[in-house]
Every structure is written in C-alpha cells, then in structure tokens.
Design a protein around this ligand. Structure first.
Ligand code: SIN
Ligand code: FE2
Length: 214
C-alpha cells in the first residue's frame, strides 16, 4: 500500500485520470481565495434530499451559468441561487483554463459546484447524471483537507475502492468513467491548506447542456 492508500500497480478505470499535486501551493491559495470570496458574497446553501428533506452534511454553492441544486422536489440545475434568487457568480479564469487543458472537450463548462465539507461531513455514493451532456467529463479540484474519495463502477453494486485526494489534486472522470459511482467517505481534519470554517473545498466543473451544432 502507498501513502495514498492504494496498491501502486492497481490501474485506475479507463477514463479516470488522477493528477496528484496538479496545482502548486501558490495556485491553490489563489484559487481558494478567489472561490471563497465569490461564494461568501453569493451565500452557501444547504441542499436537502429529495423526498425526505434530510439535509446533506455538505454545504454548497455554484459558480457559472447553471448551478446544481437539490431540494424536496429533486435534483436539477438552476440559473439562480435557491436562497437569494440571484444568478451565480462567474467561474474563475484559472478554472476555465484548467478545463481547457484537461477536459478534452471543445466547449466551456457551465457549472462549477463548490462543496464545503466540515469535519464529519460526507457524501454518499452517487453518479453525476443530472446533466444532459455526458460526452464532457467531470473535472474535480480538491482544496484544503485531504479526503477519502470512494469510487466503483457504473452499477451501484459494483465493487469500490478508495483514493486519498489531497489539496491541489485534480481528478477527471471522462469517457467510460463519466458515470462511475463515487462519493466522499470522510475528510481528514488538520491536513492541507487552512480553509476558513475548517475542512475541505471541492470544485467540480461540469458541462450541463449539449451545445448547439453550428
Ligand atoms: C461530488 O461528487 O460532487 C464531489 C466529490 C468530491 O468532493 O471530491
Ligand atoms: Fe459527484
């Protein structure tokens, strides 16, 4: 086993790209500062499970034209913040550039979901499938505390493994890995860059709509 908790020679599923340390300390600090300034101005929201109304342990915000939300009526994308009714702040330039470099997809992302995990927060195993466009990958950036990321296959019952995601790590789920089940088991408080309010910030860039053909 390595530091990161997985046997070194155990290949990742096709389409899952793991780029440890992709962002250096300066980029991590700048990005965290920029994202938190935008999010603090827009306001966090606490999603709840459709049906039961049980709150998530993760608080969220979005950047971009569309934001992912979850309330009693279901999961969906919305052009406005559910608490304030205002449009989401723009996606920072540095994230758009990262998408251009890594997404292998010719159109920009429309959503950056910002998740804040405080100690004790987790995210159950799920697929990202509320988008219309599945040929674009999901690009995830981890900042702050490290976290155990769990992933499996395209069926909920497929066996799962875990990967330690640390501040500055980037993960791309594309192609056959676009619909892998994944979640966060727990975060490791006290590691990585300090985040105001403690914990871990995860950014996921998504293309939501299918671009019109020229
Ligand atoms: C997500 O699946 O929305 C976030 C995953 C993560 O926090 O790494
Ligand atoms: Fe997800």
């Amino acid at each position: 086993m390595t530091e990161r908790g997985e046997p070194k020679d155990d290949a990742l599923p096709v389409g899952l790209r793991y780029l440890p340390g992709r962002l250096d300390a300066g980029s991590r600090r700048r990005l965290l500062g920029e994202v938190l300034e935008l999010v603090e101005a827009a306001g966090w929201f606490r999603p709840v499970m459709p049906g039961s109304g049980r709150p998530f342990s993760v608080r969220m915000c979005n950047l971009g034209r569309l934001g992912w939300i979850s309330d009693i009526r279901g999961y969906r994308y919305s052009p406005v913040h559910p608490g304030t009714g205002r449009p989401w702040p723009p996606i920072p330039e540095a994230l758009l550039r990262l998408w251009e470099e890594l997404a292998d997809y010719p159109h920009p992302p429309e959503c950056c979901l910002v998740n804040h995990y405080r100690p004790g927060a987790r995210l159950g195993l799920h697929q990202d499938r509320d988008e219309e466009e599945f040929t674009a990958p999901i690009l995830s950036v981890s900042l702050g505390c490290a976290a155990w990321f769990r992933f499996g296959g395209r069926r909920r019952r497929d066996p799962t493994r875990r990967l330690l995601l640390e501040s500055g790590d980037v993960l791309v789920m594309g192609g056959p890995a676009r619909l892998l089940y994944h979640g966060i088991d727990r975060i490791l408080p006290g590691t990585g860059e300090p985040v105001p309010g403690e914990g871990r910030i995860n950014l996921t860039l998504r293309r939501v709509t299918v671009p019109e053909r020229p």
